[in-house]
Design a protein around this ligand. Sequence first.
Ligand SMILES: [Fe+2]
Ligand SMILES: [Fe+2]
Length: 215
Amino acid sequence: MTESRNITAMDRILIRIDEALRLSTGTTPAPARPNPATDLPDLELDSATREHVAGLMRVNHAGEICAQALYAGQAATARDERVREAMHQAAAEEIDHLAWCESRLEELDSRPSLLNPLWYAGSFAMGAVAGLAGDRWSLGFLRETEIQVEAHLQEHLERLPAEDARSQAILDQMKTDEAQHARMAEEAGAADLPLPIRSAMAFTAGIMKALAYRI
Ligand SMILES: [Fe+2]
Ligand SMILES: [Fe+2]
C-alpha cells in the first residue's frame, strides 16, 4: 500500500519534471485556438525594429513559461479539487499564449529566452509556496499576477511599432484572456494580497523582463 502511494507520488513528480523540460526547452503543445495574427499582414521590419519586437515577444514568451510553472506549482499544492481544476483549465488556455508567442518569435527569426528553465523553476517554487499558503491566498496570488500581466501587456502594446499588426493581435487577445483569468480568481474567492507582496511580485517580474529582453 505504502509502495503504491510512493509510486504515485513519484509518478506525479516525474510528470511535472517532464512537462517542465518540454515547455522550458521549446516543445510547446499545439494551441487549442487559432492564432489571432493568422489573417494579418507580416510587414517587413528594419533590423533594429525587428530586434526590439523580438525582445518584447521573448519577454512575453518567458512570462507564459512562468504562467505555466506558477499554475503547475499552485495545482500541485492546492487543497480544494475545484481550485486545482481551475488552475489546470487556466494553464490550458495559457498554452495558446505560449504557442502564439513562440510562432511570432520564429517569424521574427528570433528565439525564446535561454533562461527559460530558470524562469520555470523559480516560478514553480513560487506557485507551490502560494498553494501551501492556502487556496484563498493562492487565488489572490493568481489574481494579482494576472492584473500585473494585463498592465504589462498594455505597456508592451504601446511599445510595439504601429506597423506590427501581428504582434499586436496576439498581445491584445492575451490581455483579454488574462483579465478573464483575474475575474475567475476573484469569483473563486481570491484574498487581497498585502502591498509588500504585490511590490515584491512586480520587482521580481521586472528582473525577469529586463533579462529576457536580451537573453
Ligand atoms: Fe497568458
Ligand atoms: Fe492568465
